[in-house]
Design a binder for this molecule. Structure first.
Ligand code: ADP
Ligand code: MG
Length: 627
């Protein structure tokens, strides 16, 4: 028979499997049993939709047959089976779901440790087997095919006989060496314990013939052994069990296997409801955002089961976008199985469930925020961005729901705080909530614009994510306290006297300010005597709806029309440089113009904005140094 080649990436995974370390090998059984269960699900779902297939739920089974003499382990199911093409396509390449995640990590690391925690799929058979034979007959087809492989060299495929639909996988168990033993995988008690550990909740019976003993007939001493088929798994899915029957470990194990994460979830939410809609939901909040979370590739959604049968792998309608990080499943008996995707979208039950889950997730997050701050901060550093997008999107529709889940870094607390916490600490006469934007907490701390508030002991929120300022603009106010940008908005912090003094200064330096603005030749909307600067000579602020930070963000978007904030150059009248400017105005207007450029460029640098001509700037400074 012709030997066919595996795809390159499959080869790589195969090699890893063949050389996997001892402790992980047992999971091959979990993988093969899950595949059988999936295959039965597919067929069962089909029978429910078509109606007249003559198959009953009770007809389905998975069977394990260890054979010590032949040194084979057989796993057999009467699921949907595979056609010749399916055998080639499904077993010749690294498949979808689990294995794909694995593949991504494979590129990043050679860490063989991860195998134990991933759904590595069919190829895991090669961890214990040196020859894998798959006989399969697709449901509804009258031909059967046999796929066989001894490892990386490739596989063969040919016609074979098979009486019923389904798949039979025969593993030739590797020979044991001095260091390694594979015999255990042929032992009944070992197989039984692996099934219990990983596959207990599989909803179809996993059968195995086991040896039992009984009293011989007519004797009350002598015993005889006999063989009987037994169901190894309890068949109750974990989400249908009582909460108090499930350990944290079991939840975590289930989560890892089902959702291919190697970290335990940050939070498990197990909830069931009866009444208007009856459902069980088992939800997880991951500890970290998946690598593709903030990309278009990420698909949100929960698995949807109808009475224990999976009808959809990712039901997006069950989760609002802002909670798209939640993984898990919903099992409801109120959903019709014969429902199409389009109908599902308009399903009233589904809407009800979504609404309830949304409330539940929110209240669980609030609880975590209240009782387990450390974990909440972890959660927020992974998924806070998504909540902030949630505030900003849909024209601010969800801001009420989400605003109390937000955290921002506080200038006075030196850690993330909620808006509620900020407001509770506000000074007696403080009306507004102050914020500053910048690249990082460090950069913001240096911003000259923050000096005034620091001096007055006013708390500021530091915004370091691009979406932050947009989200706050969308919120507009929190508990009637408006948000004010420390570097651009009019903060109204001056006393009457200060205001008067400012007016006077404005008059007094009118000519100077005009000359400076002229020298900048349209680059700034206005030049003013600053009220916020204390020790720095100069800063930039903005007028109008677009701040400097928003300008950066908007202009960084691909294909976006360029916008520009209306820039305002602020000069500090109590800084010695200001006196220099004053003198130059009379004695040397040319130099005034030059210094103005220098100051403006410095202000740009402080803001983290691009400067127009770095070489000219550098030359100017050198000239000054040489003077
Ligand atoms: P995954 O289960 O994540 O898709 P696997 O590597 O475990 O990846 O399996 C690859 C594919 O092979 C499955 O998606 C399925 O289409 C097919 N397959 C594996 N085992 C069986 C089986 N027992 N019956 C029918 N199809 C199977
Ligand atoms: Mg699989």
């Amino acid at each position: 028979m012709v030997m066919k080649q595996f795809k390159a990436e499959s080869k790589r995974l195969l090699e890893l499997m063949i050389h996997s370390i001892y402790t992980h090998r047992e999971i091959f059984l979990r993988e093969l049993l899950s595949n059988s269960s999936d295959a039965i699900d597919k067929l069962y779902y089909k029978t429910l939709q078509d109606g007249d297939t003559g198959l009953n739920r009770d007809d389905f089974f998975i069977r394990i047959i260890p054979d010590k003499q032949a040194r084979t382990l057989t796993i057999e199911d009467n699921g949907c089976g595979m056609t010749k093409e399916e055998l080639e396509n499904n077993l010749g390449v690294i498949a979808k779901s689990g294995s794909l995640n694995f593949k991504k990590d494979l590129e990043k690391t050679d860490e063989i440790e991860i195998i134990g925690q991933f759904g590595v799929g069919f190829y895991s058979a090669f961890m214990v087997s040196d020859c894998v034979t798959v006989e399969s007959r697709a449901y509804g087809s009258d031909e059967a095919w046999c796929w066989q492989s001894k490892g990386v060299e490739g596989y063969t495929i040919g016609a074979c006989e098979k009486e019923n639909h389904g798949t039979k996988i025969v593993l030739s168990i590797k020979p044991s060496s001095e260091e390694e033993s594979y015999e255990e995988f042929l032992e009944e008690h070992r197989i039984r314990s692996i099934v219990k550990k990983y596959s207990d909740y599989i909803r179809y019976p996993i059968l195995m013939e086991v040896e039992k003993s009984r009293l011989k007939e007519g004797s009350d001493e002598e015993r005889e052994t006999y063989r009987e088929e037994e169901t190894l798994n309890s068949m109750v899915p974990i989400w249908r069990k009582n909460k108090n029957e499930i350990t944290q470990e079991e939840y975590e194990q289930f989560y890892r296997e089902k959702f291919y994460d190697y970290e335990a979830p940050l939070k498990v939410i197990h909830t069931s409801t009866e009444g208007v809609s009856t459902y069980n939901a088992l939800l997880f909040i991951p500890a970290k955002a998946p690598y593709d979370y903030y990309t278009k590739e990420y698909e949100k959604g929960l698995q949807l089961y109808s009475n224990g049968v999976m009808i959809m792998e990712k039901c997006a309608d069950l989760l609002p976008d802002y909670f798209s990080f939640v993984r898990g499943l919903v099992d409801s008996q109120d959903l019709s199985l014969n429902i199409s995707r389009e109908m599902l979208q308009h399903d009233r039950q589904l809407k009800l469930i979504e609404g309830r889950l949304e409330k539940k997730i929110k209240s669980e997050l609030e609880l975590m925020l209240k009782n387990d701050r450390e974990n909440y901060e972890k959660f927020f550093s992974s998924f806070g961005l998504q909540l902030k997008y949630g505030i900003y999107s849909d024209f601010g529709q969800h801001k009420e729901l989400l605003q109390d889940l937000l955290l921002f870094y506080s200038s006075s607390e030196k850690k993330p705080v909620t808006l509620k916490e900020y407001v509770s600490r506000m000074k007696e006469d403080q009306k507004d909530i102050y914020f500053v934007s910048g690249e990082s907490v460090n950069r913001i701390e240096q911003l000259p614009q923050t000096e005034l508030l620091r001096e007055k002991g006013l708390e500021m929120l530091y915004l370091t994510d691009q979406v932050d300022e947009f989200a706050l603009r969308m919120l507009h106010a929190y508990e009637e306290h408006e948000f004010k940008n420390v570097s651009s908005d009019d903060l109204g912090l001056e006393t009457e006297e200060e205001k008067k003094a400012a007016e006077q200064q404005k008059e007094e330096y009118k000519d100077l300010l005009e000359s400076v603005q002229k020298a900048l030749d349209g680059k700034v909307k206005s030049v003013i005597v600053s009220q916020r600067l204390k020790s720095h000579p100069v800063c930039l602020s903005s007028e109008g709806a677009i701040s400097l930070e928003m300008e950066k963000v908007l202009n960084a978007m691909p294909n976006a029309e360029k916008v520009q904030a209306q820039r305002v150059l602020e000069l500090n009248p109590s800084h010695p440089v200001f006196n220099v400017l004053k003198k130059l105005q009379q004695s040397n207007p040319e130099k005034l113009s030059e210094y103005t450029q220098l100051l403006y460029t410095q202000a740009l640098l402080i803001e983290g904005l691009p400067i127009e001509d770095p070489v000219a700037f550098s030359n100017q400074i050198c000239n000054l140094m040489a003077e």
